[in-house]
Ligand binder design. Structure first.
Ligand code: CMX
Length: 415
């Protein structure tokens, strides 16, 4: 379905050359207009969520009011903490997040109202309530997974009702004293919150929710799509790739060395993580915004890993163009996102996609509200069968090991 416009997505639109716009606002416009947290300038998750849900820029008071409401709903129920604590620390944090989010549907008001026989015109309101409750609980859930896996035995603080969602998240993770990291996460989580609906995770939420599954299990499914290396896991893969390069070549690496390393990666049949995109055909404005964040902080500018990201950006598009496969040789947001976290001491890169998962909830859940408000139907694409002789040929081309005899028998049985 590439290039075939077949989906309505209300809150954002992705232009191949201009990048993302949220209800018409570009990232620089959002940075100018959307309120930050007290003492900070980065957009808060609440300001972005307000914009996505209502199409309007919130005032500072409105953004804080939403922050307060989310903080008040933010504690996890006991059954959820017991479930998360019972999972093995060796289970990937994304699997844990998906399990935790699915389990929270225990409290779904949508499901309860459906059982009572609510009207179609009421779907959106219960979807909104579930979505806000889920977003509110994500920091406590995601931080609990982090603590269990990487800092076992350390006590989690309570939610602070005076803090915004990301302020609470960094606090719960144990990095609350690092103002720069909190500001970075505010920026990252808000500008990464929605990226039109065709990406695998948001689309999965949309598809599953179109069956009237509640927002919790719909978003749990989305997290499984996000956990793939071609999608959300790329931020962990970028860091792994950069660290391998650093280990092999040291800190004072030249752009020529990076070029050779890029070719080595490509010739080994791997993709260059953090580069390319299904829609974008220019450098991702989210990558640019995160780079600008780095440019205003001397410690980040001096960081070897951030310098490596910058030098890679100088040469990777040229190498990928020469390689000639990818339609977009430019960086996406993941080319830098994990490296900044690493610099700030959040070095457990298997956890990075969980932060992406906290962020993407803003956009994916917003769309569920819009979809139910607009009465969008169950998603059910129609397929077309290949004529059997054609299928024949393509299958054997794809899998030369499949014998014609076996295929013929299969087709015979089918018909
Ligand atoms: N390095 C090497 N080859 C690449 C490449 C990269 N960074 N990006 C694309 N290609 C290759 C594809 O694998 C494909 O090869 P085949 O024809 O052999 O299958 C070819 O170029 C054409 O691909 P495309 O149409 O340009 O890109 P797709 O829409 O198929 O895939 C994406 C998009 C992002 C999965 C791909 O660019 C990629 O694998 N990038 C690296 C992983 C990554 O950074 N993912 C994060 C994306 C952001 C997100 O979803 O969160």
């Amino acid at each position: 379905m590439r290039g075939l416009k077949a989906m309505l997505w209300e809150a954002s639109v992705l232009d191949p050359y201009e990048g993302i716009r949220f209800h018409g606002l570009s990232i620089p416009e959002c940075q100018k207009l959307l309120p930050g947290a007290p003492g900070g300038s980065a957009i808060t998750a609440e300001s972005m969520l307000w914009l996505l849900l209502t199409g309007k820029v919130p005032t500072e008071a409105e953004s804080r009011q939403l922050a307060r409401e989310l903080a008040e709903k933010g504690e996890l129920p006991v059954y959820a903490t017991q479930l998360i604590d019972s999972l093995p620390a060796t289970l990937h944090p994304m699997t844990q997040l998906s399990i935790g989010v699915a389990a929270l549907n225990h409290d779904s008001v949508f499901q309860a109202a459906y059982e009572r026989g609510m009207q179609k015109s009421e779907y959106w309101a219960y979807t909104l309530e579930d979505s806000l409750n889920l977003i509110a609980r994500l920091p406590a859930l995601a931080a609990r997974i982090y603590r269990n896996v990487y800092k076992p035995g350390t006590a989690l603080p309570d939610i602070n009702k005076d803090l915004d969602l990301v302020g609470n998240y960094t606090n719960l993770l144990g990095y609350g004293a690092n103002h720069d990291l909190t500001e970075y996460l505010r920026l990252y989580i808000s500008i990464h919150g929605d990226h039109e609906g065709g990406n695998a995770s948001a689309h999965t939420a949309h598809l599953v929710n179109s069956t009237l599954s509640d927002p919790y299990i719909s978003y749990s499914a989305a997290l499984c799509a996000l956990a793939g290396p071609l999608h959300g896991l790329a931020n962990q893969e970028v860091l792994r790739w950069q660290l391998e390069m650093q280990k092999e070549l040291g800190d004072n690496i030249t752009t020529d060395q990076i070029k050779d390393y890029l070719w080595k990666t490509l010739k080994s049949g791997r993709v260059v993580p953090g580069y390319g995109h299904g829609v974008l055909r220019k450098s991702d404005p989210r990558f640019i915004a995160l780079q600008e964040f780095c440019d205003t902080r001397p410690d980040l500018l001096a960081s070897p890993i951030i310098q490596m990201v910058k030098k890679t950006y100088e040469v990777a598009p040229g190498v990928l163009m020469e390689h000639g496969k990818t339609k977009n040789p430019y960086p996406n947001v993941d080319a830098t996102s994990g490296c900044v976290l690493y610099h700030y001491g959040l070095t457990e890169f298997k956890y990075y996609t969980v932060i992406f998962g906290v962020s993407r909830a803003l956009g994916a859940l917003t769309q569920l509200v819009w979809a139910r408000a607009l009465g969008l139907p169950l998603e059910r694409p129609k397929c077309k069968n290949l004529p059997s002789t054609h299928a024949h040929g393509s299958l054997t081309r794809l899998h030369p090991a499949i014998s014609m005899d076996v295929l013929e028998k299969l087709i015979e049985t089918q018909s």
